[in-house]
Design a protein around this ligand. Structure first.
Ligand SMILES: C[S@@+](CC[C@H](N)C(=O)[O-])C[C@H]1O[C@@H](n2cnc3c(N)ncnc32)[C@H](O)[C@@H]1O
Length: 490
């Protein structure tokens, strides 16, 4: 750090510095040019006073989220929405910065936790101690620096905390690990880092044997884009309308209804097109489940684990609003959201029903052309969006999930008619919950067999089971199996 009159400079990169004007508190990212002595402002005027108050809220939010997550009370998304509900004075920019910082903290936790002394780390992760304010601010700075996306804020934080700007080794093979090492140097930590720090140690051995762990781990460093599924055939008109609202959209090359939002800064839920039910936010991997099921118009389908109905709506849309999709869930309150979504889009072919999770009887038994079982799972496939799950899931949870999935698949399969389809899906990456459950089911159900289908994202043939991976489409990861019940001999 250097003092020059009323400016203080904090070096960010070789030729980039953060400049804080002492009298006004305004901060600038500046470029120091060799040709033209002096400086040019390249980013922002960030008001340090405002930023300090934003940081205070950010620290409060981060503490509330870490305590909820590690105390086993609530997942991060719910803890953060709770914090925003209790702090209604926060504007949309504050919320965005807070949310980005808290998620950066959780995404990089495997690296960042190494900067804490062992005892404090253990106490914090077991929910027994509160994290100190300075410690928390330093971790937020480290999280922002590590991801390299909010460097201006990281620069101001470093200045406030008196942390020298880390200097990563230039031309390192992994800039991310180089930034982690540079942080360790400024924190006086002797920790060393590997890509695999981004998940607990037990995770990689449970992935499929040929799984490209390097690509999986690289994806865990950033969240996937938001994906929309358009629910109207008038796609060009809707895409143009969304673009005119300031959204930058990228259409998936193979799936006509799937659009990535490159700049999710607009509140989608306030748009007229959303109120008309013309699109839903649904990850690309999740959209693959409906496409693998490929229900036909006029058919009768059962969505046995419908929850808030993301896939129910997709099935109903693929059926061109004809036939019937019966949406069930053992937690009937979850169907409330589904009803609202179905009404908003005016689907005439969705009905909801409670289910006790037991085998179907009477007319329901064998009463459906297709049954979808989108089973509750470890959710390891959505760790890009919900990074806290990486730090709270235990190996025994995977075993428990597999046992539950087996029971649900067994019970739901009774609703498939002779010659009908049974689709099993999870948002897990672990074969124990995926192929393991399907193979065990088939071993005691000779009347079902795999049915090949096309990979919705690539068009490649799949032999009846598919793991959609995050790097197949910059999305979440999901598993799907397509089974057909053999025609009964008459
Ligand atoms: C992965 S979520 C479903 C998500 C939903 N299909 C969607 O696309 O939005 C799994 C659902 O299975 C339900 N479920 C069904 N049987 C269950 C059981 N025996 N125990 C726990 N959850 C069960 C959960 O309530 C939950 O809503």
């Amino acid at each position: 750090m250097r003092n020059r009159g009323k400016f203080k400079y904090f070096h960010l990169k070789t030729a980039i510095a953060l400049c804080k004007q002492a009298d006004t508190g305004l901060c600038y990212i500046i470029r120091i040019t060799a040709k033209q002595p002096g400086v040019s402002i390249v980013a922002g005027d960030l008001n340090a006073k405002k930023f300090r108050s934003q940081m205070k809220s950010c620290g409060n939010a981060a503490r509330a989220v870490l305590e909820a997550v590690f105390g086993g009370r609530r997942p991060a998304d719910r803890a953060l929405s709770g914090f925003f509900r209790e702090n209604r004075q926060l504007g949309s920019r504050d919320r965005q910065f807070i949310s980005e910082s808290v998620y950066a903290l959780l995404r990089g936790w495997g690296v960042l936790r190494k900067f804490l002394p062992e005892e404090r780390r253990a106490g914090l992760e077991s929910g027994e101690i509160r994290i100190g304010r300075v410690e928390l601010d330093a971790l937020i700075f480290a999280a922002l620096y590590l991801e390299g996306t909010n460097l201006q804020q990281a620069g101001v934080l470093a200045a406030e905390l008196g942390i020298p700007w880390p200097k990563p080794e230039p031309d390192a093979a992994s800039p991310y690990l180089a930034r982690a090492a540079a942080l360790a140097a400024v924190f006086g930590s002797s920790a060393t880092f590997r890509d695999s720090d981004l998940v607990p140690e037990w995770v990689l051995p449970l992935l499929p044997p040929d799984f490209p762990a390097d690509r999986f781990l690289a994806d865990l460093r950033r969240r996937p884009p938001m994906w929309l599924r358009l629910q109207t055939r008038d796609r060009d008109r809707l895409a143009a309308e969304l673009q005119s609202c300031g959204l930058a959209l990228r259409r998936h090359p193979r799936i006509a209804n799937a659009f990535a939002v490159e700049n999710p800064k607009v509140n989608l839920y306030t748009l007229d097109s959303f109120r008309r039910g013309e699109f839903e936010v649904q990850d690309l991997a999740s959209q693959c489940i409906g496409l693998a099921a490929a229900p036909k118009p006029g058919e009768r389908w059962l969505d046995a684990c419908a929850g808030a109905g993301g896939k129910t709506l997709e099935l109903a849309d693929l059926m061109e609003r004809t036939g019937t999709v019966v949406a069930c869930d053992v937690r009937s309150y979850k169907l409330d959201d589904l009803r609202i979504r179905a009404r908003r889009a005016g689907f005439p072919n969705i009905v909801t029903r409670e289910w006790d999770g037991k085998p179907f009887k009477g007319k329901q038994a064998g009463g459906y052309d297709g049954v979808l079982v989108d089973a509750p799972c470890s959710c390891s496939g959505v760790w890009r969006r919900n990074p806290d799950g990486r730090w709270t899931l235990k190996p025994e949870d995977v075993e428990e999930a597999a046992a539950l999935q087996q029971r649900i698949l067994e019970a739901a399969s009774t609703a498939v008619r002779s010659g009908g389809l049974l689709i099993y899906a999870t948002c897990s990456l672990f074969p124990r919950e995926n192929g393991g459950v399907v193979d065990a089911f088939l071993a005691s159900h000779e009347e079902f067999a795999f049915e090949p289908f096309e990979h919705p994202l690539t068009g490649e043939p799949c032999g009846g089971m598919l793991q959609v991976r995050s790097f197949d489409g910059d999305c979440d990861s999901m598993f799907v199996a397509r089974l057909r019940r053999k025609e009964a001999e008459s």
